[in-house]
Design a protein around this ligand. Sequence first.
Ligand code: MG
Length: 379
Amino acid sequence: MIINRRKFLTLSGLAGTSVMLPWSGIYAGRAETGVSEASGGVKISYRKIKLRLGHTWTISRGSTDYKEDVIVYYEKDGIRGIGEASHMTGAGQSAERTIEELEKIIPVYIDADPFSFSELPEKVNEIIAGLSPAKAAIDIALFDWLGKKLNIPVHKFFGLDPGKYVDTSFSIGFDKPEILKQKVREADPYSILKVKLTNINDREIIETIREVSDKPIRVDINEGWTNKEEAIKMIEWLAAKGVELVEQPLPVGMIEETRWLKERSPVPVIADEAVNTSKDILPLAEAYDGINIKLMKSGGIMEAYRMAVIARAFDLDIMIGCMIASSVAITAAVQLQPLARWLDLDGSLLISNDPFNGAQFHDGHWIMPSDPGIGVTEI
Ligand code: MG
C-alpha cells in the first residue's frame, strides 16, 4: 500500500503547501509528466522527451523520423537519479504506454528501501509480466541514485574494469543506394557498421556499402529470413563480403532451424528478439553463439547483469545493444560494456537533439564515465 502519496493529495485537492510540480503538459488527453512522493522521502517523477533522428529509420518492421522517450527521476536524501525508457519501433511500445506502466510500478519503488534494488524487479514483474521500457527506466534511475549515494560509478558497483572496451558498431538504416552510400560516408568516425537487412535487396545493400567502405559489417535480420537453406547460403555470401556476425536471422520460434544454421555458419549467430531476460536463455543456449542484451528488454541494469552472468555459464558470448535513445539509456548501458564481446551502442549517436551529457565517444569506442552513478548530466 502507498501511504501519503502526495500526488493523490494534489489530485484530490487536499494538498496544503505542495512543493512539487503539479501534473502538467496534457498530450492527447493524457498527462505527459507526473510526480509521486512518499512519506519515506522517495520522490519519483517522469517527463516525456522528443528525440529527433538524424535520418529516417527503416528496419524490416517499419519507418520513423522521431521518437518519444520518457525520462524518470528517482529522488531521495537530496540526491537525484535519472533513467530513461526508450521504445522499440513497431512493437506496440510508446511513451503513453510507458507512462501508464510507470503509474503501475511506481508504488513498488516509492515505498521500498532503495537498497532492496535486487528484489524490486521481481515485484515489478508481478505487476507487468512482459517487456516494458518503464521497468528499465525506473531501475536505471534507481542505480544512478545508488551510485551517487555510494559515490561510485555503477560499473564499480558490479566490479567491472572501466578500461575494458570494444568498439561499437554504428547502424546504417536501409535506404536508396545513393543515400545509403552517404550514410556510410557519414559513419566515418565509427569502425564497425551495422546493417539492418530487410529480406529485400539484401545483396544489393551489402554491395552498395562495399563500394564505399571496407569496414567490418554486422547484419541484423530482425527475424526477416524464414528458410534455413537460403539463410545459410546468404550467410556464406555475407561472410565472404566481410560480414562478421548475423543477428536474429530466423524468427524467434525457429529454434531448431537456428541451431542447424549456427552449426554451419562461418560467423557467430546472435539472438536478439529471442532473448529478453535471463529466463529466455536456457531454451536457446544451443541455438545461438551469443545474445544481445539490451536494458530496455531486460527491464534495467540489474537484470542485464544477471543475463550476462547466466549467458557466460552457457558459453554464450555477449553483445550489448540498445534502442535509439538519449545519453541516459546509452550511458547506463556503457556502464556494463566491460562485459561485452560486441557492442552496439549507437542510439544517442543517431539523434540530433540529445538533452543530456553522458559517456563520451572517442576513436570508435565509449569512454567509461568516472562520475558517480551512471555518469549523466542534464544539459
Ligand atoms: Mg537486433
